[in-house]
Write a protein that binds this ligand. Structure first.
Ligand SMILES: Nc1nc2c(c(=O)[nH]1)N[C@H]1C(S)=C(S)[C@@H](COP(=O)(O)OP(=O)(O)OC[C@H]3O[C@@H](n4cnc5c(=O)[nH]c(N)nc54)[C@H](O)[C@@H]3O)O[C@H]1N2
Ligand SMILES: Nc1nc2c(c(=O)[nH]1)N[C@H]1C(S)=C(S)[C@@H](COP(=O)(O)OP(=O)(O)OC[C@H]3O[C@@H](n4cnc5c(=O)[nH]c(N)nc54)[C@H](O)[C@@H]3O)O[C@H]1N2
Ligand code: SF4
Ligand SMILES: [Mo]
Length: 759
């Protein structure tokens, strides 16, 4: 076969990102279509929730049944496509193992005995218990947690109405590292324009498996259509590594050394953008003096990446500037030095001045700011539903974010402190936990400690669509309607120009399920908190958002995804000119034809803070980005790292029939030399263990990993009996991860040490 690299990329990109459904699942889907496609069909535009990327979709319905899900063609950057998981939405929807009636636990927590009850009874039990805890211990004794999104908005509204400040999203298990680092340096979140990048340096952002449709497609297009070069630093041969021009098997946890060495070369060889630094950056001098020591030779000794390659790659990167980018990644938690790592990656972008340039980093252009530039109302500005005079809690949060993690947003919080508060009364005793769309047993750390926590609490409520491993320990289980059965608020999806989209009910709910907004409102009402829930239903909320502009609401619903204006990057002349010619009242461009003078940062100095006094005050010693050695494992252990797989979402999709059919197990990747020393062959049963836990699984012997490292896809090996297709299959990562919290970001750590032996 004569396949060149581009053909490979094309094949892989399609396989992971778009075509897995079409090419790999003909059996079940085709069968469904053959039997169902005879009736009248229609399409509903909505939003996927098979992962929290939340892509715009178009769902096909025949005879009242959802038969297929495609991307919404109106959302161009998503390419009108969904990934394999997005395409499997109806398999989740119609899964017979989904829970469609509220449940009450009978017997011990986690024993797996349940009794179906009516919603009213569930609400009454919840109201009794939450009211009792509030009266006896104060409302702060109950924690509320949910993956962020519409759901968390409604759950946290209930928390506020009830009086508890203790709300948590998945922040400290996923995005806090890169978001907090961006806050420190740029004053807020920043995006990457991979699609227009000519040179991409990637530190373990596995976009061809950890899929985000628009970014995955962006990177695919950059590589395939525009000839972008991709360099990947990754301890294992991931799919992104496979599709890269160059792959370096970096030692786990040493990315910050290589990133700082790149900065060192940029400064030492004067390859950085001096004019940009002078105009927009503060703290350059102290940064430059710190990185003097971080030579490529030093970085090689730390990371195993050859010094000469670091120098060459840096020169190539600088030559492609400003249309080049060091990808700052997504899931962090590789080491306790996440904050330094993400800041070092951002710094390598700042130095080449790629901010608000094509192929670099840019800020989202939401309606209000965009309209100001345009001098007219190009995009509608939506109202935010809210209630005045919500109760204010005087209690401290259990994670003490104000004192310890001042840059963490309070609705995010340090999730894992729920364990410390419950088990050690730190800083005070927690008594109840209401969780929704989250499965901490798998996705936090130290599963055994979470079991203890859930057993010790007075009262636990879980809202999910399956009895997840965590839900298995609930007292009351509330079955949410899946995303294909519920309406939600209009959501902002702005990129380089404003855009909105909306989740709409595709089919009527199966069984007796309800959407989150309704569940948490009704729980509130059952506790007598009616005045904090003045809206009737989702229609009322949507109408409020659009200021009763029914035509606008209908347009957003009809199209599913509505984009306004023209893409705008403030330092791209052609874009600014395009913008100005479209809007006669637009702000006048600068002398050079750009909006460069309007680029401001919401930091204390109004500039990019390469080094930061604010950070220094908050975390002494961290004002300037610095390398610190971290110990992630014992000398005789192997690094244990994890990642996403293209056909599953975290720990939430392993029971979905179509996806379970594609993959139901995670092998442990081991290098042949290591495997040889341990007398292990591919397929052998192995035990993987450390001081935190022990798991049994099987080995995949592959040269695609460093000899000192083992890898497993996360989310497998559930231990509860309710997830029949997923339970007991594979290695449970959360059972092997100790409970470690990183400074500044509050991230919990997902890399640790393990030993392996033949089972
Ligand atoms: N060891 C290890 N841990 C990790 C990671 C890792 O790579 N390794 N990755 C981390 C990352 S990046 C993240 S984002 C977190 C994610 O961790 P979590 O936030 O816990 O999310 P998920 O595992 O995606 O899914 C949580 C639950 O949502 C349920 N669910 C799905 N749809 C719905 C719905 O519509 N309504 C309701 N109520 N429930 C629903 C699923 O059944 C599942 O039980 O995990 C983190 N934890
Ligand atoms: N198919 C699919 N897509 C997803 C998800 C999913 O579960 N499935 N989840 C979504 C979510 S919530 C998120 S946050 C994103 C996450 O997307 P990514 O950030 O790409 O997340 P991961 O796959 O967890 O991890 C990244 C890679 O880092 C590597 N790695 C581990 N340790 C190190 C290290 O020290 N250095 C370097 N350089 N690399 C290391 C791992 O081998 C892994 O391949 O994906 C999203 N998209
Ligand atoms: S990346 Fe895939 S699963 Fe996630 S929202 Fe998009 S289509 Fe759905
Ligand atoms: Mo995530």
């Amino acid at each position: 076969m004569n396949l060149d690299r581009r053909t490979f990329i094309k094949g892989a990109g399609a396989g992971t990102a778009t075509c897995a459904l079409a090419s790999m699942l003909p059996g079940s889907l085709a069968a469904l279509e053959r039997t169902e496609l005879k009736g009248t069909g229609s399409e509903v535009a909505s939003i996927c929730e098979m992962c929290s990327t939340r892509c715009p979709i178009s769902a096909r319905i025949v005879n009242g049944k959802n038969v297929s899900i495609l991307g919404n063609p109106k959302a161009k950057s998503f390419g009108g496509a969904v990934c394999a998981r997005g395409g499997a939405g109806h398999s989740q929807l119609y899964d017979k193992q989904r829970i469609v009636k509220p449940l009450k636990r009978v017997g011990e927590r986690g024993e797996g005995n349940w009794q179906e009850i009516e919603w009213d009874e569930a609400y009454a039990i919840i109201a009794d218990n939450l009211t009792r805890i509030k009266n006896e211990h104060g409302p702060e004794a109950v924690a509320f947690s949910s993956k962020s999104g519409s759901l968390s908005g409604h759950l946290f509204h209930l928390a506020k109405a009830y009086g508890s400040p203790n709300t948590f999203t998945h922040a400290s298990t996923c995005p806090a590292g890169y978001v907090i680092a961006a806050k420190a340096m740029f004053g807020g979140k920043i995006k990457r324009d991979l699609g227009n990048s000519k040179y991409i340096i990637n530190f373990g952002h596995n976009l061809y498996e950890g899929i985000n449709m628009s970014e995955t497609r962006g990177m695919m297009n950059a590589q395939m259509e525009k000839g972008a070069k991709l360099v990947v630093f990754e301890p294992r041969f991931s799919i992104v590594a496979d599709k890269a021009d160059e792959w370096y098997a970096i030692k786990p946890g040493t990315d910050v050394a290589v990133a700082l060495a790149i900065c060192h070369v940029l400064i030492e060889e004067e390859l950085y953008d001096k004019a940009f630094i002078d105009r927009y950056v503060t703290g350059f001098d102290s940064f430059a003096s710190e990185v003097k020591a971080y030579t490529p030779e030093w970085a090689e000794s730390v990371s195993d990446v050859p010094a000469e390659d670091i120098r060459r790659i840096t020169r190539e990167y600088a030559a492609a500037a400003p249309h080049a980018c060091v990808d700052f990644g997504h899931r962090s938690t590789f080491t306790t030095e996440e904050f330094e790592m993400r800041r070092a990656l951002y710094a390598a972008n700042v130095l080449i001045g790629n901010i608000e340039r094509k192929g670099g980093l840019y800020f989202g252009k939401k309606a209000s700011g965009y309209n100001k530039f345009a001098g007219e109302q190009v995009a509608p500005v939506l109202a935010k539903p809210g209630v005045k005079d919500m109760p204010k809690s005087d209690a401290k949060r259990i994670d003490m974010v104000d004192e310890q993690y001042a840059m963490m947003w309070s609705s995010g919080g340090i999730y894992q402190t729920i364990l410390d508060s419950t088990l050690e009364a730190k800083p005070y005793q927690l008594r109840g936990w209401v969780m929704s769309r989250t499965n901490p047993m798998q996705t936090m750390t130290d599963r055994a400690r979470i079991v203890e926590t859930l057993k010790k609490l007075d009262f636990v409520v879980c809202c999910d669509i399956y009895i997840s491993e965590s839900a298995a320990y609930a007292d009351i289980f509330l079955p949410e309607s899946t995303y294909l059965e519920r309406d939600e608020e209009i959501a902002d999806k702005s990129g380089k120009n404003p855009a909105y989209y909306v989740r709409q009910k595709v089919v009527e709910p199966i069984g007796n399920t309800r959407p989150s907004w309704q569940i948490w409102k009704e729980v509130g009402e059952s506790m007598g908190l009616n005045k904090y829930f003045p809206w009737d239903n989702m229609d009322t909320l949507q109408l409020f958002q659009v200021g009763s502009d029914v035509a606008l609401l209908n347009k957003i619903k009809q199209d599913g995804f509505v984009s306004y204006g023209k893409p705008l990057m403030l330092r791209e002349r052609a874009m600014v000119q395009n913008f100005v010619s479209a809007y006669p009242n637009a702000t006048a461009p600068d002398g050079d034809g750009t909006y460069a003078s309007h680029l401001k940062f919401k930091t204390p100095s109004g500039k990019i803070e390469l080094s930061s006094d604010k950070v220094e005050k908050m975390a002494p010693g961290r004002g300037v980005i610095r390398y610190r050695e971290v110990t992630m494992k014992k000398a005789d252990e192997l690094f244990f790292i994890q990642g996403k797989v293209a056909v599953h979402t975290n720990a939430g999709s392993q029971n979905v029939p179509m996806l379970a059919n594609l993959m139901s197990d995670n092998a442990v990747w081991i290098h042949p030399v290591t495997a040889g020393l341990l007398n292990i062959q591919s397929g052998d049963k192995i035990r993987i263990y450390n001081d935190t836990g022990s798991e049994e699984g099987h080995a995949l012997v592959t040269p695609g990993i460093r000899p000192d490292t083992v890898f497993a896809y996360m989310g497998f090996g559930s231990k509860n009996k309710e997830l029949a297709r997923a339970t007991g299959r594979g290695v449970h990562c959360g059972n092997l991860l100790p409970h470690v919290t990183s400074p500044v970001t509050g991230m919990n750590l997902h890399t640790t040490g393990v030993k392996i032996e033949k089972a």
